[in-house]
Design a binder for this molecule. Structure first.
Ligand SMILES: Nc1ncnc2c1ncn2[C@@H]1O[C@H](COP(=O)(O)OP(=O)(O)OP(=O)(O)O)[C@@H](O)[C@H]1O
Ligand SMILES: Cc1ncc(CO)c(N)n1
Ligand SMILES: [Mg+2]
Length: 539
């Protein structure tokens, strides 16, 4: 990780035009692509989002949603209030604008004193407010700007003067890292075009991109009935459809505010933009799912519980831990039968593998009683922690939670990665075994961190496991947006040839028998590590 101090990055983008579509702006490395350093050495970093938005007296949207979402995701949230609304589950009964000069004062108070990483905007109800915000951001640059162009509430009430449209497009969007309109807002921004399909959403995202933001997310929460909630993400080159389950509930008030502030919180924590958007969408879906039957108020649209995770104490909400794909290099997978055969305890086997140079460990214990497994897993967590090696648990989410492991690896017939992510939270590592491009795509959509692909060679460790060979491995790697670890029959004789394939996202090999069906686990691991290192150097 770079030790460079945090650089302010928000500067006005070039004026929007058709040519900005292919402008050099896109080729400049995104500052969000690298994790941020938030404070000088020895200071505790605290990711900080400033929300510039309206208050919702009902507590479900606006400032109130932003503060709760940031808190839930482990970021600090300061707030500049642009308007006070009288609002409940029935709709908006009144809007009272805060005087513009007082908004300037609030912005100045926060930005001149506190180190804000990301600014998120919600309700900006007048032309003057948009201008004041842009001036403040030029004076006090921040790391990223997330613009949720709030115009109309879901109840259909107007939250912004139509005259702000031009300022939004010409001034604010040009400074924004991401703009997150819903379909109605996207339509308004584009002069009233009608948007009915995902293809229309793509076209809208491309048109809004021309106004100057680095990324656009057109949200489909309000699209006609479907089993999925589909948002379209666009980075100027590629469209990505983010598909989530549509939760059947009346409690969707504030989903847009929550999504945008969650993106801001993740960016403040150092995520790349796409990762931030995926975590945010997953968070909204989980919150809606947990809140679907709650009742507050008598109107048609209720709020949801942003802090649902507090009900799950093991949920590591503040985790700053990030997955490093390079840790897949020498992936040691334990096997209780082999350990028994050689008279090794799980702990001794893990210790030996780490001493020999394993870079990540997975406990795959099929024949051990749960209580015994948990005790061994706890001991392994300590061993791995002291060596800085991540420890994953195969399949058993309960064991992973109980021993606070670094993550879980699941197969195609285990609990889905999406569900595991919901249970473990954003900070944990999730891997999925995949044999096909479609499974790799699903793992990516479900929020996994890596995939395991195999069996590359025939193996005796896993029954009825078809062999993919190098061609199958290549096909899956090529299709996978996630880093890959190869698995299945890999040993000291053939490991080098796997790494020599030189596939960019193939980060390492996972081995079971070659390390653990041996008397001297440490020596075998050292040997394999040097073979892998040599192979890597020769590519
Ligand atoms: N019923 C639902 N189930 C799952 N996800 C949903 C649902 N409704 C909305 N979403 C998701 O919530 C996020 C916010 O989208 P939405 O279109 O609701 O924004 P919005 O209209 O700006 O919300 P609001 O104005 O109520 O705050 C999107 O990622 C969307 O896909
Ligand atoms: C204050 C406020 N901001 C945003 C929205 C959009 O949901 C709302 N309903 N109220
Ligand atoms: Mg909205």
């Amino acid at each position: 990780m770079s030790s460079a101090p945090l650089q302010p990055i928000l500067r006005p983008h070039p004026p929007s035009s058709i040519s900005s579509f292919s402008s050099p702006r896109r080729t400049r490395p995104s500052p969000l692509a690298r994790p941020c350093r938030l404070a000088a050495a020895r200071e505790m970093p605290w990711p900080h989002v400033l929300t510039v938005a309206g208050s919702d007296s009902g507590g479900g949207a606006g400032i109130q949603a932003d503060v709760k979402a940031c808190a839930a995701l482990g970021a600090y949230c300061s707030s500049v209030i642009t308007a006070v609304t009288a609002q409940n589950t029935a709709g908006v009964q009144g809007v009272h604008l805060v005087p513009e000069e007082f908004i300037r004062k609030q912005l100045n108070s926060v930005l001149s004193d506190m180190s804000v990483d990301v600014v998120k905007t919600g309700m900006l109800p007048s032309v003057g407010i948009v201008q004041i915000l842009c001036e403040s951001l030029r004076k006090f640059p921040v790391k990223a700007l997330v613009v949720d162009p709030v115009m109309v509430s879901t109840s259909g009430d107007s939250l912004s003067d139509p005259s702000t449209l031009k300022n939004y497009r010409d001034e604010l969007f040009a400074m924004a890292d991401i703009v997150t309109p819903n379909v109605k807002e996207a339509s308004k921004l584009l002069g009233g075009v009608s948007l009915h399909t995902v293809s229309d959403m793509r076209d809208a995202a491309a048109s809004i991109y021309k106004f100057g933001p680095r990324y656009v997310l057109v949200k489909g929460g309000d699209m006609p009935d479907s089993s999925e909630a589909i948002d379209v993400f666009y980075d100027g080159k590629e469209f990505i459809e983010l598909r989530g389950h549509r939760i059947k509930t009346r409690n969707t008030h504030g989903t847009g505010c929550t999504l945008a502030s969650s993106i801001a919180a993740e960016l403040a924590k150092g995520s790349t933009m796409l990762h931030a958007v995926r975590v945010a969408k997953n968070f909204v879906e989980s919150a809606l799912d947990h809140s679907k039957d709650l009742t507050i108020g008598n109107g048609p649209q209720g709020p949801f519980d942003h802090l649902f995770r507090l009900k799950f104490p093991p949920y590591n909400i503040g985790s700053q831990q990030r997955f490093n794909p390079d840790s897949l290099f020498l992936y040691a997978v334990t096997d209780s039968r082999m350990n028994k055969k050689w008279g090794h305890s799980i702990e001794d086997a893990v210790k030996a593998a780490i001493e020999g140079g394993a870079t990540i460990v997975q406990l795959r214990e099929k024949d051990v009683e749960s209580r015994e497994f948990l005790e061994a897993a706890k001991a392994c967590v300590e061993i791995c922690k002291s060596s800085g090696v991540p420890l994953l648990i195969n399949d058993r989410v309960d064991i992973a939670l109980a021993c606070n492991a670094d993550g879980v690896h699941v197969g195609q017939s285990d609990i889905s990665a999406r569900k595991v992510r919901e249970l473990l939270g954003p900070g944990k590592i999730i891997g999925v075994s995949c044999k096909t491009p479609a499974q790799a795509e699903q793992a990516w959509n479900d929020g996994a961190d890596y995939i395991g692909c195999g069996g590359v060679f025939p193996t005796t460790t896993k029954a009825n496991n078809p062999t993919l060979g190098f061609e199958g491995l290549k096909t899956v790697c090529l299709a996978s947006k996630l880093p890959v670890v190869a698995i299945g029959g890999i040993n000291a004789t053939n490991a080098g040839s796997v790494m020599e394939l030189g596939i960019p996202n193939l980060k390492g090999v996972a081995v079971v028998s070659a390390l653990f069906d041996r008397e001297h686990v440490m020596a075998e691991t050292m040997n394999l590590r040097s073979i892998l290192t040599n192979a890597l150097c020769s590519v």
